[in-house]
Design a protein around this ligand. Sequence first.
Ligand SMILES: Cc1ncc(COP(=O)(O)O)c(C=O)c1O
Length: 386
Amino acid sequence: MMFEEEINQVVRYIKPSGIRKFFDIAKTRKNVISLGVGEPDFITPWHIREAAIYAIEKGRTFYTGNKGLLELRIGICNYYKRRFNISYDPEANVIVTVGGSEAIDIILRTVLKPGDEVILPTPAYVAYAAIIEMAGGKVVETELTEENEFKLTPEALSKVITDKTKAIILNFPGNPTGGIMTREDYAKIVPILKEHDLFVITDEIYAELTYEGKHVSIAEFDEIKDRVVVINGFSKAYSMTGYRVGYILAHKDIVSMALKIHQYTIMCATTPSQYAAIEAVNNGDNDIEVMFTSFKQRRNYIVKELNRIGLKTHMPMGAFYVFPSIKITGLKSEEFCEKLLNEENLALVPGNAFGEAGEGYVRISYAYSLDEIKQALAKLENFINK
Ligand SMILES: Cc1ncc(COP(=O)(O)O)c(C=O)c1O
């Protein structure tokens, strides 16, 4: 490769996503079934698409203010109050971002000083570690285990806190494990987070896909709320991945700092997408319900089937992934996925793409039609039986 020595060395050594790497291989083959991508298979509900079309038709195609349209910020705050009973001020506490992805990036760049440690419970969504490093931070992993239902325990948290720890990333319901945290689970870790004055970055992008009980945000805990940064977005709950709209909810002083990065790098999220998001957040509760019901059915089906064919699978409480153990096969995660792709034309994601803690597992997304899921399971059963 050219420029190796000249380019930013942090970027040079960041590993390309273990998901993409695998699917690039899959794409070169014919008749591959993939349960790899974390993207709902529903077309965005029509009234939301219509709102985007209408915005374009009416010429609402200019930059918006940097924080995003006020009507959208009001809608987001009403939504957090309505669904999760947490109050935010649309003028002071919100930035509309380009997906949850931008939100993660600008918040880490806002809070981290060079060398600061960020606790990352793993297996974790692939982007976090890379973004922490690009923001000058150091990733400190702590393992979420199947025995603890992939929840963060006070022991796992305390073990990795040092005097350099600046922040922690939480993602419940989680990608790739589907783990959730209840109010009681959070109550056990909040005193530790408070004692060490950590910034808590909570990525709640799968909040609406909580199958047992109701989603609880750690922002509920008043004693740490000033240091909690909520990240959420429209991609998963409303099947709006391509619109690229997300948001940050945080203390006004964090918002005003993060806004500088957003202002100079992004300016504002796409305007017609913001109009679509207004429609989603104000009138989309019913759409959430419909997709939720379908995902829950698929979850129940796929977990039952995986256990039947011999892959021990924990029942995920949220998101749209299952994380079966493949340890009985004696294969490493990557080996398992490579063989599966070669022999059965089925593409799954190796668990170690989400950190070493994911070794011995694979991630299967059930954001696919029941028909595709059935075909994939038949291939998997064939493979296991061999
Ligand atoms: C946990 C998690 N956070 C954030 C994102 C990014 O979503 P978006 O940028 O589309 O809002 C994803 C996407 O897969 C995710 O799984």
